[in-house]
Design a binder for this molecule. Sequence first.
Ligand SMILES: Nc1ncnc2c1ncn2[C@@H]1O[C@H](COP(=O)(O)OP(=O)(O)OP(=O)(O)O)[C@@H](O)[C@H]1O
Ligand SMILES: [Mg+2]
Length: 383
Amino acid sequence: MSIKNLSKETVRIISSGQVITSITSVVKELVENSIDAKATNIECKLVGGGFTSIIVKDNGIGIPLNDRQFIGHRHCTSKLPDGSFDNISKLTTYGFRGEALNSICTISQSFSIETRTKEDIIGKMYNFDHMGNIVSETPTNTTIGTTVQIIKIFYNTPVRKFSFKHSGNISNKISKRKVNATFNNNNVEWHSIICNSTMDSIKHLFGSDLTSQLQSIKKTYSFDNEESDDTEEESIDENNIKNKLINEDDNFSKNIEFNAILYKPNVDPEKYWRSSTDRIFFYVNKRPIQLSLMPTFKEILKLIKQKSFQLSNTESSGNKKYPFVFLDITLPTNTIDINIEPSKMKIMFHYPQRIIDLIDKLTDEIYPPPKLNMEIPLIFSNK
Ligand SMILES: Nc1ncnc2c1ncn2[C@@H]1O[C@H](COP(=O)(O)OP(=O)(O)OP(=O)(O)O)[C@@H](O)[C@H]1O
Ligand SMILES: [Mg+2]
């Protein structure tokens, strides 16, 4: 078969599949846009599990008039400072690729946005075509903020729609996304939920019985290892380069902070551990991370499992299950790469072993290894 140029429409449908991987990922992208727009109230409605319609309404700053023609266009973003990749380490937003709304336009039957900023006398509703162009606008009576409405997502990708429809409980997955939103911005309301703290969010979603088994830990370590001696396995060269990288820009923090909510020691795995990973929440600099995409987090999870299980005094099959884990790692932005793949659920650590070593240390503090109770046999004694 001879080589042919794919049509633009085909290219757009193919690449949209890398950004929009499920209904959950649509909600994630829209909620992240709302948080980026400084919303403190976000409402989400899904009809037919999201396949019929998805509406996300926020009270953020709205979209300025001059920007509206670009919002549906691919690679148009207001978030990357000066539009330059050099500034990627200065990002303070979730979004930066300018792909999400265009991808959604491509694969939904109808896409509209209603928005109003504080400068606008009235709001406006815009309808978009599959290319992300505005095809109509109507004045509306709306408050400041933005509402995105999507009708029949995946209507032109029936295979994707079928496989997502049969890929498990969507409301569970949305609830996980809900946790992501509330965990990362404690003032965000979801419907009528107000969560003042991460622990509140967990209690709201998973109940007080589970919450009573949890402990909250906050720990900061020096990234450049000035005060600790646990980087023996790293080569001298790597340490030198790392210290140079961290120290060369004083605007960057030089610490790694771990903000974790984990089971207390001796929690019964039989009762509280689960056979799926649906209660495991990893973040890096408050960005949600997909466990299955990152070997470093698999390693971290293994450590947390091992250390907490060894204290559980049980012979049960708990070892095949997973504990509750919430872990947000805050580290210098120039020691990670966030631009690894389109869904932004994977990042790259420049020094993964350093993170794993510190988690090892942290989990030893939370779950101290059981002391071996060995009496010295008389035969070896001096007396
Ligand atoms: N809820 C919202 N409130 C205000 N502005 C918004 C909102 N949603 C989208 N926008 C504007 O539309 C632009 C395009 O959004 P889109 O999600 O496609 O890209 P992005 O957020 O910039 O990057 P990414 O593709 O990584 O999410 C944003 O840069 C922002 O300017
Ligand atoms: Mg976005």
